[in-house]
Design a protein around this ligand. Structure first.
Ligand SMILES: [Fe+2]
Ligand SMILES: [Fe+2]
Length: 135
């Protein structure tokens, strides 16, 4: 469902690797959500989502540190976008995603859709503008 593509590459190795990992965690969460015959997968989904949150925060910090190190002009714009996204992530509640709720698939599906959609657009429109180190 979700995967890193060549068109997302920024040419900055660490950033590309971290973007790849973000898509992987999103994909793992999606697969787990769709897995049948796993009783009580709520805890696992919640753990993966928390990992996704933590990893995103760490990635933003790395990316911002890199931009700072090269004196990148658009650092501020990036920071604002990162901050707004972290705020959205923090507002997402997974408490509706348990067996008592019929819409659990939809809740996690909607979150993952928005998240990966944001990620793709942010990478294509914003991260790809960051200059890569010369080789
Ligand atoms: Fe970014
Ligand atoms: Fe990024």
């Amino acid at each position: 469902m979700y995967e890193m593509k060549d068109e997302y590459l920024t040419g900055i190795e660490q950033i590309d690797n971290e973007h790849r990992r973000l898509f992987e965690i999103a994909e793992e969460t999606w697969q787990l959500k769709n897995a049948e015959f796993i009783p009580d997968k709520y805890d696992q989904i919640k753990a993966l989502f928390e990992e996704l949150k933590e990893y995103t925060q760490m990635h933003f910090a790395h990316e911002e540190a890199y931009m700072e190190s090269i004196g990148y002009k658009k650092l501020f714009t990036q920071k604002m976008q990162h901050q707004a996204f972290m705020q959205w992530l923090d507002e997402q509640e997974l408490d509706g995603v348990n067996d008592e709720y019929e819409n659990q698939d939809q809740v996690i599906g909607d979150i993952l859709n928005y998240l990966t959609d944001w990620l793709v657009h942010h990478i294509l429109d914003t991260d790809k503008q960051i200059p890569a180190p010369e080789k």
